[in-house]
Design a protein around this ligand. Structure first.
Ligand code: UD1
Ligand code: CA
Length: 432
C-alpha cells in the first residue's frame, strides 16, 4: 500500500444535463465515483478526492459510505483545469496514481500496469483512428515528449493518433516540483496537469507511455455515455458470473447489480433483475422476476416474482405475482398472487392465492408472525400486528385480526345464501 491515489472530480459535467452531480450517476447500481473509490481502496490507504461543483453533496455521499477518504477543494476560480485540481493536494506516499471520477470502467489490471516500473511518470495512452477531443501525445524515439491539448494543436499535431487517456502514476517529487510551476498560458486559459510532462521531460525525467484499452478509459460525459458504460459493465459482470458457474438464459436480457453476489449453482432465466447487495445461493430465479437487496438460499422465485429489500428466503418456493418485502420465509410455499410484508413465516407453511398481509395502517408498519405447518387459505387478510401459532388452518376468505392459538381453525365469513331463480326474475326472461 505504498501508493497514494488522487481522484479528480471537480469538473462540472454540464453535458449530463442533470441536477445530480455527474460522478454520482450510477452504473450497475453504484455511482461512477464509488467505482473509482472501490478500485482505489484495493491499492491504497491514502485516497484524496478533489471536488468543487456540488462538493458538499458529493462529500456527504462519500462519507456516508466510506471512512478515511481525504477531500481537497479546488480553487476553480483562480486555478481552473486538471492542473489546478492538483494544486495544494498533498500525498502521503512516494508515488500517486491520478484517476478521474468519471471513468468507471477502468480495470485493476490496467491500474496495475500503470503502477509498474520506476519511471518518474507512467501515463496512459490510447491509439485511436479518430483522436479528436483528446490531448495528443507527442512520442519521439519511443519516449513521451509532451501532451498537446486539441485546442492548442498545430494542424500537423492534430494528425497524431496517440492520445492521452488521462490517468497517470506520478512520483511525489515530480508533483511537488512541477504542479506549483504550472501556468495557464494556453487556448483555454486553464492549468493543465498534462504540462508537468513537458517540464519533467525537459529536466531529463523519464515519462513512460502505457498503452491502455480505449473502452476502459472512456470518460462518461452524457446520458448516452452512461448507457454505453452500463452495457459494457453488465457484459463484464455477467461474463464473470457465468465463468463462476451461474447459468443464464439469454444473458443480454438480464440485469445484475455490481454489488450482488452468487454462490453454488444458480439459474437466472431471461428478464431477471438482481439489484442491490443481493446474495443468492443455489437458487432458481425465473423469468421476469426482480430481486432487491435480499438473501435467497435453496429457493425458487417466479416467473414474475418480486422480492423487495431485506427479505430472506430459505428453502422456499415463491410463484408468480407474489411480492415479498422485509420478510423472512423459511421452508414456505407461496405459489401465486400474494403480498407478504414485514412478516416472518416458518417451515411447512403454505400461503394460498390472494393472501395479503395488511402491514400498514396509514401511519405505521406492523409485523406478522406465522408459525410452522400453517395452511392459509385463499383470499385472506392478515391484519398486523398479529401472531398465528403452529398447526393452524385459516379458512379461505378469512380476515385474521387477532392472534390464533396452536392447532386451531379460524374462519370469518358471512353465511352463503341462495335465492333460487333470481336471475330470470331480475332480467325478466323466461326460465327455460
Ligand atoms: C483531459 C486531458 C487530455 C486527455 C483527456 C482524457 C488535461 C489538460 N487534458 O482533458 O489530455 O486526453 O483528459 O479524457 O488534463 N477536473 C477537475 N477540475 C477541473 C477540470 C477537470 O477536477 O478544473 C476533473 C474532471 O472532473 C474529470 C477530469 O478532471 O474527472 C478530467 O477533466 P476533463 O474536463 O474531462 O479533461 P479534458 O480537458 O477533457
Ligand atoms: Ca473530457
Amino acid at each position: 500500500m505504498s501508493i497514494s491515489v488522487v481522484i479528480l472530480a471537480a469538473g462540472k459535467g454540464t453535458r449530463m444535463k442533470s441536477s445530480t452531480p455527474k460522478v454520482l450517476h450510477e452504473i450497475s447500481g453504484k455511482s461512477m465515483l464509488f467505482h473509482a473509490i472501490d478500485a482505489a481502496k484495493k491499492i491504497s490507504d491514502d485516497i484524496t478526492v478533489v471536488l468543487y461543483h456540488q462538493a458538499e453533496r458529493i462529500q456527504a455521499d462519500i462519507e456516508s459510505h466510506y471512512k478515511g477518504i481525504h477531500f481537497h477543494m479546488q480553487d476553480v476560480e483562480q486555478f481552473p483545469g486538471t492542473g489546478g485540481a492538483m494544486k495544494g493536494v498533498s500525498v502521503k506516499h512516494t508515488k500517486a496514481l491520478i484517476l478521474n471520477g468519471d471513468m468507471p470502467l477502468v480495470t485493476m489490471h490496467a491500474l496495475e500496469s500503470l503502477m509498474q516500473g520506476d519511471a518518474d511518470i507512467n501515463m496512459s495512452v490510447i491509439k485511436l483512428d479518430n483522436p479528436s477531443g483528446y490531448g495528443r501525445v507527442v512520442i519521439l524515439d519511443g519516449k513521451v515528449h509532451e501532451i498537446v491539448e486539441e485546442k492548442d494543436c498545430i494542424p500537423a499535431q492534430k494528425e497524431i493518433q496517440t492520445v492521452n487517456a488521462g490517468v497517470y502514476c506520478v512520483k511525489k517529487d515530480v508533483l511537488d516540483t512541477y504542479i506549483p510551476a504550472l501556468n495557464n498560458d494556453n487556448a483555454q486559459e486553464e492549468y493543465y496537469l498534462t504540462d508537468i510532462i513537458k517540464m519533467a521531460v525537459e529536466d531529463g525525467k523519464i515519462v513512460h507511455p502505457v498503452i491502455v484499452d480505449e473502452e476502459e478509459f472512456k470518460g462518461v460525459n452524457s446520458k448516452l455515455d452512461l448507457a454505453h458504460a452500463e452495457e459494457i459493465l453488465q457484459r463484464r459482470i455477467k461474463m464473470d458470473l457465468m465463468k463462476a458457474g451461474v447459468t443464464m438464459r439469454l444473458p443480454e436480457t438480464i440485469y445484475i447489480d455490481s454489488r450482488a453476489t452468487f454462490e453454488g449453482e444458480c439459474i437466472l432465466e431471461n428478464g431477471v433483475s438482481i439489484q442491490g447487495h443481493s446474495h443468492i445461493i443455489s437458487s432458481h430465479i425465473k423469468t421476469n422476476s426482480v430481486i432487491e437487496d435480499s438473501y435467497i438460499k435453496n429457493s425458487d422465485v417466479g416467473p414474475m416474482g418480486r422480492i423487495r429489500p431485506d427479505s430472506r428466503l430459505i428453502d422456499t418456493h415463491i410463484g408468480n405475482f407474489v411480492e415479498v418485502k422485509k420478510s423472512t420465509l423459511h421452508g414456505v410455499k407461496a405459489g401465486h398472487l400474494a403480498y407478504i410484508g414485514d412478516a416472518s413465516i416458518e417451515e411447512g407453511t403454505n400461503i394460498g392465492a390472494g393472501m395479503i398481509t395488511c402491514n400498514y395502517d396509514g401511519k405505521n408498519k406492523y409485523k406478522t408472525v406465522i408459525g410452522k405447518n400453517v395452511f392459509i387459505g385463499s383470499d385472506t387478510q392478515i391484519v398486523a400486528p398479529v401472531n398465528i401459532a403452529d398447526d393452524v388452518i385459516v379458512a379461505a376468505g378469512t380476515t385474521v385480526n387477532k392472534d390464533v392459538e396452536k392447532g386451531s381453525l379460524v374462519i370469518s365469513r358471512t353465511e352463503m345464501k341462495t335465492v333460487k331463480n333470481f336471475f330470470y326474475k331480475f332480467f325478466n326472461i323466461p326460465n327455460s
